[in-house]
Design a protein around this ligand. Sequence first.
Ligand SMILES: [Zn+2]
Length: 302
Amino acid sequence: MMTDPYVGRFAPSPTGPLHIGSLLTAVASYVDARSHGGRWLLRMEDIDPPREMAGAADSILETVHHYGLHWDGEVLFQSRQQERYEAAVQQLLASGDAFYCTCSRRQIQELSGSSTYPGTCRGCRQPPDQPFAVRLQVEDRDIRFEDGLQGSVHCNLQQQGGDFVIKRKEGLYAYHLAVVLDDAMQGITHVVRGCDLLDSTFSHWHLQTVMGLPHPHYTHLPVIVNDEGQKLSKQTFAQPVPKAEPWPYLLYCLQALGQTPPDSLRGASAACILQWACEHWQLQRVPHQRSIAQQTLHHPAS
Ligand SMILES: [Zn+2]
């Protein structure tokens, strides 16, 4: 049977060691790709040095490998892609889709009464002689797409956030720009990631439309939240995934994803568990919700 090519990816930011929430995303995107006979790429989203932690990129790669999640090809480091990002910014400025903006956060707040950008600098087509960001103009209409798990989702970017930054005042390239350009360059067809990024996806969708790039198929997974309802992250003191035996954590992720690994996989190798997962993967068994409470899951070490 011929199927369309599938190219998936896992794209962590090196802000800290891999925690269980990121492992869950990695497992889901890996298994979804492999169960479709697809490729699975790894991209390090290291374009925000102030938020990064020394050694985190290496630690994440080691952990992903230790858990049997073997990626295809070379890891793409976004920190080495700046020329491509700059070329895209210049192209969007030249086409009139982007503009220069000198507004401060406080000015935006005062003008719009919220953090939504009111379009103040839309006419600014020449580089100002003070520090500036570059923003992409959005439209006052609904962007709508069918998510692999969350169903039909939609958002009006003009009302929710407004024209968004693609290059920051400090000269750093925005996450939205880098992700869209790299997904296109790497030929990504399927993006499987946490629901915490669902809002960002509408910005990505708009940027893809403006640049004439294909829209990948998106699936947003529920994120694991702690007792206070917060997503697990370095800020909420999520524990790093230990580089011990992988099986308890892999089985934990599969159970959180609604799969039903048999007890006989307890103590099995990572390769064995992932093979079972790829053969039995049913995306539609993943809870169709935005979050999963951590306390409803068995602790991996128990
Ligand atoms: Zn402005």
